[in-house]
Structure formats: C-alpha cells, structure tokens
Design a protein around this ligand. Structure first.
Ligand code: GLV
Ligand code: MG
Length: 328
C-alpha cells in the first residue's frame, strides 16, 4: 500500500441515476417516489432557454415539498459559460439547500471550474447557516475535461462522483456516433484469414469506442475516492443494448449508470448490484483465505484457481456492497 491514504467520498448507492427535466412537474413527482438511487433534477440541456426560470422554480418547489427519502437528490446546474449558472446555484441553495444532497456540474473543463463553484457554494452555505455540506457530481464530457480529469477529481473535498457524459463528449471530440452512448459498427477490427487459407473467411469484431474514456475516468475517480458513473444511453426502446453498456461499465469499475427513462432504472439497480453467485463466491474466498492464513499460507487454490491476499480485498468489496444494497 502507498503511504498516501485515499479518503473516500460520502458513501451512497449510485447504481441508477435518473435524469429528470426541471420543466416537467409530473416527472418530478414520479421521480421522488421511484426506485432510483440518485435523482438529478435538470436545469441544463433538457430545459429550453425559455423554460429555465420556471424550471428553477419547479425544482425549488419539488425539493421543498416532495418526499425524497430513500434516495439522494441532486440538481444539474447550467454550464459555467452561461449566465443561468450563478442564479441556479444561488436560488436553489438559498431556497432549498437543506433538502439538497449534491449539485451536478456539467462540462467541467478545469480544476478551477470546481474551485469557483466550491467558493460560491461555501459562501451560500455559510450565509444560510446550512449544516450539511453539499457534494459535487462532475460531468466529464469534453476533451478539455477528459484531458484534465485527474486535477478535476482532486479539486475539492466536496467532490463525490465523476460522470461520463457521452453525448457531449462525442460532440467535443468529434467522434462518430449513431445512438447516444451506444457502440458504432464502424469501430472494429477485421481478423486475418486462417493460417494457410488465403481466401478464407475473416471475422469482424466490434470494439467499444468509449473504452478509453470510461477507463480513464474510472482511474481518476478511484484514485481520489470518488464514484465513477457511466452516462446516458439514448435508445430507450433497446433495453438489451442498455444492459450491455451498463454491464461493460460495471466490469470496468463504474458504480452505476444514468437512466434517462424510468424503464432503465431497474436494470441499472440489478446490474450494479452483486449477484447471489458473486456474493456466495466472495464469502467462500474470504473463508478460504482465513483458513489459509491460519495455516500460514499467503495463497491457496479455490475451484482450481489461485487466490491470494488481493482476492480478500475484492471479495470484501462485493460483500460490503451487497450489505449496502440489502439495507436500502
Ligand atoms: C450528458 O450530459 C451527456 O452529454 O451525455
Ligand atoms: Mg451533456
């Protein structure tokens, strides 16, 4: 272990993160009683400029009047390059800060963006006498943000999570996409023909064009004790496509994925929870390693595979996650 100990952000379940436009009162109400672990009330891209002011009022009302217990609630403010942003922060925190867990900052480009927001939020919290510190969710969705992701992740003790905003990221990097957050059939490799069969069949394997971005964000998040969360999947009718993208994000270490429609929430909750088989296996690993340590061994085999002290840590992560899920 390094001598540097990583402080972990406030522990929260973040398997599903539901996006709700602040302009839609009915959706706000439904979100409060729904099964998402985290809900973000949107003032940014899901709200037209002419609706921004009304959406702000709706969100303040929703935070104060609806029952958000059993989940965390966040507000996505407008970007730092817009004049909406300061009023989003001031009005929402002054009028409903006590009922808010986090704010979500879109299109973060540099550590200074986070620093500026930290200063504003600190002043408003102090002025209002708010006891609970508001956390930050940061969307990494531009080439600049991805280039600076490590400094951004370390920029404030309020930081809780990094989110991969694949739609804006594609626009910023000029990537070629078809469906928001989905794969692109043009990103793949063609295998060679079989040895000794020049004209033989060649296979085409699709690749995951988002692999680098997600993996880079996961490293920056975990190195700073933050939750990495995968962003939206646009084809709401394709639950199998959503599940595949969620699962590969889970495999890379993400804690959860956005849901841009309520039908995606249960899938995210299911796929980012450890399965019964994983929990059973993790408990067996812990038992086998306890026995190994009693016998003075650092490594043993379980079901024909090597396990060692690193396996205990992985198994403990699974068991702990399962306990948190069970307690929800
Ligand atoms: C989310 O904000 C995205 O741009 O994907
Ligand atoms: Mg975006």
């Amino acid at each position: 272990m390094s001598f540097t100990i990583i402080d972990q952000a406030t522990a929260r379940l973040n398997r599903s993160e539901l996006a709700v436009p602040g302009s839609n009162l009915k959706f706000l109400e439904k979100a409060a009683s729904g099964p998402a672990d985290v809900v973000f009330l949107d003032l940014e891209d899901a709200v037209a400029p002419s609706d921004k002011e009304q959406a702000r009022k709706n969100i303040i009302g929703a935070l104060n009047d609806l029952d958000w217990s059993g989940k965390a609630v966040s507000v996505r403010i407008n970007g730092l390059d817009t004049h909406y942003m300061y009023r989003d922060v001031v009005d929402v925190i002054e009028q409903a800060g006590a009922n808010l867990d986090m704010i979500m900052i879109p299109k973060v480009g540099t550590a200074a963006d986070v620093y500026a927001l930290d200063m504003m939020v600190t002043q408003i919290e102090d002025a209002m006498g708010l006891k609970k510190k508001i956390g930050f969710e940061l969307i990494i969705e531009t080439a600049l943000g991805m280039a600076n992701v490590h400094e951004i992740a370390a920029a404030s003790p309020r930081n809780e999570s990094l989110h991969f905003g694949v739609a804006d990221y594609a626009a910023s990097t000029k990537a070629r996409t078809t469906n928001i957050g989905g794969p692109n059939a043009d990103y793949g490799v063609l295998t060679d023909a079989p040895e000794g069969d020049e004209g033989g069949a060649r296979d085409y394997h699709w690749g995951d064009m988002w692999h680098y971005a997600i993996a880079r964000m996961v490293v920056a998040a975990r190195a700073n004790g933050l939750r990495p969360v995968d962003g939206p999947f646009g084809d709401i009718g394709d639950i199998d496509g959503y599940s595949a993208q969620a699962m590969r994000a889970a495999v890379l270490g993400c804690e959860g994925k956005w849901a841009i429609h309520p039908t995606q929430i249960d899938k995210a909750n299911e796929l980012f929870s450890p399965s019964e088989a994983e929990i059973t296996k993790a408990k067996r690993i812990i038992e086998a390693m306890e026995q190994a340590q009693k016998e003075g061994k650092g490594a043993v085999t379980l079901d024909g595979r090597l396990i060692d002290i690193a396996s205990i840590k992985q198994a403990e992560v699974v068991v702990k996650k399962a306990e948190i899920v069970a307690s929800k």
